[in-house]
Design a protein around this ligand. Structure first.
Ligand code: TYM
Length: 333
């Protein structure tokens, strides 16, 4: 069976190590597996649920694309496009918002976090955003959706919406119910300053994250300043629940070196954090610097990047248009 992969990343600037390890690195692995068809979307319609400067948004779309390509997503193997260039996403979102129930959306924890205390001032788009995400996925008959842990609830909603549409319109299996692909150990990369909070582009402190555009010196200094506890590195059978910083940094090390957490624990058991941090910085520089160098290079060739989006949008439009047409027929339009 062919696995159909769909995923998206918001172009809101500062793509970071969490985006890379939680999502983009897996996009590349999946693209290189047999029997997979991958569609990767720069979700610019999602980005405007929070106010964006038009000039910055344009720049961030191209930077996100450059990050995809620099990380190894190959436009010859995967479809890469930006969401606003395929009108079916917004159309599908409206149709599905008439299928989704208020009660389902009211449960979304990410809306509560992002809207903060003053929910009345949040945009309607921010509230309805998971429905647009469902439209993204369902238009492409995606069977699998690789995401970080923070998107799990949105994917469950997407599954509910698909099932509800199929049953409301008597069209069993018309919308495919997708499976989330969330890695077990490394799906939540936490802040370097507070390992109880996830690494995020909206954190006001730049020291809380490694950006994919950070250079060597910045990476080294951020890891040096990363919060740790005062004990030596944990032993192999130590439970890390009460040592979130150690767990997070060891998780980053493991994910980057493609080894399991146990192996990393064994490698550093009883050593000083400073020694571990040196190794972690080396590994990060080794893996991230080539990506940041490549991003800079790609950004000098705007024509090459624009052509990738143009080509990807054409292919995405073909798929999405066909699906939305069938959807409209089922509805009675
Ligand atoms: P976004 O843009 O916030 O994040 C992009 C991807 O990065 C993952 N991620 C993380 N993973 C691990 N640790 C972290 N600290 C971390 N921070 C971010 C996210 O889980 C995500 O996989 N709504 C989505 C974008 C979207 C989408 C879609 C995804 C729109 N339509 C359809 C999948 C399918 C979002 O805002 O991701």
């Amino acid at each position: 069976m062919v696995k159909k992969i769909f995923s998206g990343v918001q172009p809101s600037g500062n793509l970071h190590l969490g985006n890379y390890l939680g999502a983009i690195k897996n996009f590349v692995d999946l693209q290189n597996q047999k029997n997979t068809e991958c569609v990767y979307c720069i979700v610019d319609l999602h980005a405007i649920t929070i106010k964006q400067e038009p000039k910055d948004l344009k720049k961030n779309i191209i930077e996100t694309l450059a990050t995809f390509v620099a990380s190894g997503i190959d436009s010859k193997k995967s479809i890469i496009f930006n969401q606003s260039s395929v009108p079916a996403h917004a159309e599908g979102s409206w149709i599905l918002s008439c299928v989704a129930r208020m009660g389902w959306l009211n449960r979304m924890t990410q809306f509560k976090e992002k809207a903060g205390k003053d929910k009345e001032k949040a945009s309607v788009g921010l509230y309805a955003y998971p429905v647009l995400m469902a439209s993204d996925i369902l238009l492409y008959d995606a069977t699998h959706v690789p995401v970080g842990h923070d998107q799990k609830q949105h994917l469950e909603l997407c599954r509910d919406i698909a099932q509800r549409f199929n049953s409301d319109f008597n069209a069993a299996d018309f919308l495919k119910v997708p499976e989330p692909l969330i890695q077990k150990n490394f799906s939540r990369i936490m802040s370097l300053k507070d390992a109880t909070k996830k690494m995020s582009k909206s954190d006001p402190s730049d020291l809380s994250r490694i950006n994919l555009t950070d250079d060597r010196d910045l990476i080294i200094s951020k890891i040096k300043k990363a919060k740790t506890d005062s004990k030596p590195m944990p032993s192999i059978d130590e439970n890390l629940e009460k040592r979130p910083e150690a767990e997070n940094l060891l998780g980053i090390y493991s994910s980057l070196s493609n080894q399991n957490l146990e192996r990393s624990k064994k490698e550093f058991e009883g050593k000083n954090f400073s020694e571990f941090k040196r190794k972690l910085s080396d590994l990060l520089v080794d893996k991230i610097s080539p990506i940041s160098d490549e991003i800079k290079k790609l950004l000098n060739d705007k024509k090459y990047l624009d052509d990738i989006l143009l080509e990807g949008s054409k292919k995405a439009n073909e798929i999405a248009y066909k699906k939305i047409k069938e959807m409209k027929k089922l509805i009675g339009f």
